[in-house]
Design a protein around this ligand. Structure first.
Ligand SMILES: [Zn+2]
Length: 96
């Protein structure tokens, strides 16, 4: 049961629930763009004697999937409550 942050009453009512995108701590990893990863993969594949273009493609795919994963992780649920005691509204953020 949720508690009101204003008067600490447990008599709170859930008004609505919304989905929100939030800047997760992981979002700073987004500075690693798929293109950066592709370049790194191309350089690595040269060393491993794989065709650079092939390595670059893998880097691009892995980078893209990673970004999607980070995006997915930053999806949060916001629960909007109203306190029945002091009538204040407050939000609870939930990460799925
Ligand atoms: Zn309250």
């Amino acid at each position: 049961m949720q508690q009101c942050p204003h008067c600490h009453s447990e008599h709170v009512q859930l008004l609505k629930q919304t989905e929100q995108r939030q800047h997760s701590p992981l979002s700073r990893l987004s500075t690693f763009s798929p293109m950066t990863l592709a370049t790194v993969a191309m350089q690595m594949s040269k060393r491993m004697h794989i065709h650079p273009l092939f390595g670059g493609c893998i880097g691009l795919v892995v980078g893209g999937m990673f970004l999607l994963y980070v995006e997915y992780q930053s999806e949060i649920t916001v629960l909007h409550y109203q306190c029945e005691q002091c009538q204040q509204h407050f939000e609870i953020r939930q990460v799925d």
